[in-house]
Design a protein around this ligand. Structure first.
Ligand SMILES: Cc1cc2nc3c(=O)[nH]c(=O)nc-3n(C[C@H](O)[C@H](O)[C@H](O)COP(=O)(O)OP(=O)(O)OC[C@H]3O[C@@H](n4cnc5c(N)ncnc54)[C@H](O)[C@@H]3O)c2cc1C
Length: 391
């Protein structure tokens, strides 16, 4: 593995190292079957729970690991080196859902849902995107929730929901006041067994296979009023703060995948012989390796800096200002970085890199998501530019 301990204190390095060993031994053997068959390993969440890899940011007195965002992100980095499909199952659960509930929901909701999510008995997901509301997630949102007595009735659809097809708990957003725009959005926790909830489809994907992504339907879906997260019409702070944290976290996803692609490419360049010598002797191959190395190192710098800043993000913080710009820039650089690094890895592997069963090909297909999900590269640039112009 490349110089992965840069700037990490011994405690953090131990987390990265332990997660790396675990992922190499337990998760890496599963990637091929997941990729080839779109196989979801049913046992994986309870295994991760019992092995202590879920609820990383949940305080110890609640049964979690009591660690910070950087620690959670280092686990993410290691998992994504060895099996990004499982890394993403754990990430959608632990960061997008659990961490968001923990930061924003009432103690009663935290107590009701989090213990079973730490053990992996219940799997979490985040539902923001809709069929007609992608980049314009708030402005075009048509899912509504109206209060009726002690219930909210939710109507609408959410799409591209990671873990959605098998999730038990969905943190989702809906409009509680359509006239108020961003000021009319609320956040809710929905139980998958709530009346009126269903899964419309599991979407077949070019990458991240075995990590299922689906379309969810809320058809007069009834949830108790207690499942409102934060205050009614104040969901935008939950959403924007969560998105900024997600962008930092997802940057580590990119980093782990890029590190693995680089290692595979370097190994291959030393091993593969043409014209009677290792292809790594050729300067044009060396050019690719040097470019990859430089990109990976710069990704790591931005990741570690951003997570260190976000360790101190106050509840509801982010969504604008320095952190908003930093998380968008980190994810922009890391998303474009992993796209380039995996592309070069395929190039170095030549024809074997084009074969779908090679690991560099699996990484290349997975990397294609990283300038689309969590806000596209274009939206990340808009955020950065808007913040620069506001200063
Ligand atoms: C595998 C996968 C997993 C996902 N997981 C989740 C999840 O767990 N939860 C969730 O809520 N969502 C999830 N998403 C959704 C993801 O966040 C959206 O796909 C993303 O925000 C883009 O929305 P869109 O696909 O509707 O594209 P669109 O918004 O329709 O964009 C299409 C193109 O237009 C460009 N564009 C749009 N607006 C502008 C503009 N103003 N200026 C310049 N260019 C623009 C975009 O950059 C893009 O190139 C996931 C998506 C995928 C593919």
């Amino acid at each position: 593995m490349s110089d992965n301990n840069f700037n990490l204190s011994p405690d953090y390095y131990q987390i990265l190292d332990a997660a790396d060993r675990y992922a190499r031994e337990e998760l890496h053997p599963l990637w091929r079957k997941m990729d080839e068959q779109d196989w979801y390993p049913e046992h994986i969440m309870t295994q991760l729970g019992s092995d202590g890899w879920l609820g990383i940011t949940v305080p110890e007195e609640m049964g979690g690991a009591g660690m910070d965002l950087l620690s959670q992100s280092l686990v993410c980095q290691a998992f994504h080196r060895w099996n990004h499909s499982i890394g993403a199952i754990a990430g959608a659960h632990d960061n997008l859902c659990v961490n968001n509930i923990l930061r924003n929901a009432s103690p009663a909701i935290v107590e009701k849902y989090i213990p079973d999510m730490i053990t992996g008995k219940k799997v979490g997901a985040l539902g923001m995107t809709e069929p007609g509301a992608g980049s314009d997630a708030v402005g075009s949102m048509v899912t509504t929730a109206r209060r009726e007595g002690d219930k909210y009735i939710i109507n609408g659809r959410k799409i591209f929901c990671s873990n959605g097809p098998f999730a038990d708990v969905i943190l989702m957003y809906a409009k509680t006041d359509k006239e108020k725009g961003a000021g009319g959005v609320s956040a809710f926790v929905v139980d998958a067994n709530a009346p009126g909830f269903s899964v419309a489809q599991n979407l077949p994907k070019m990458g991240w296979r075995g990590q299922h992504t689906g379309e969810l339907v809320f058809d007069d879906c009834e949830i108790p009023v207690e499942n409102l997260v934060g205050e009614e019409n104040k969901g935008i702070a939950v959403m924007m703060s969560g998105l900024d944290i997600e962008r930092v976290y997802c940057s580590f996803e990119c980093l782990g995948m890029a590190e693995r692609a680089f290692d595979l490419a370097l190994e291959y360049a030393k091993d593969r012989k043409q014209f009677g010598q290792p292809i790594g002797n050729f300067q044009m191959v060396q050019d690719m390796l040097a470019t990859m190395y430089t990109i990976v190192e710069s990704m790591r710098l931005m990741c570690y800096r951003a997570a260190t800043v976000f360790n101190y993000l106050e509840k509801g913080g982010g969504g604008r200002g320095t952190e908003h710009k930093l998380s968008a820039a980190t994810f922009l650089h890391c998303g474009e970085g992993v796209t380039k690094v995996t592309d070069l890895a395929v190039q170095i592997w030549g024809g074997y890199g084009f074969i779908t069963e090679s690991e560099v090909n699996y990484l290349f297909r997975g990397a294609r998501l990283m300038t689309i999900g969590g806000g596209t590269a274009q939206i990340r640039k808009i955020i950065i530019a808007e913040e620069l112009m506001r200063q």
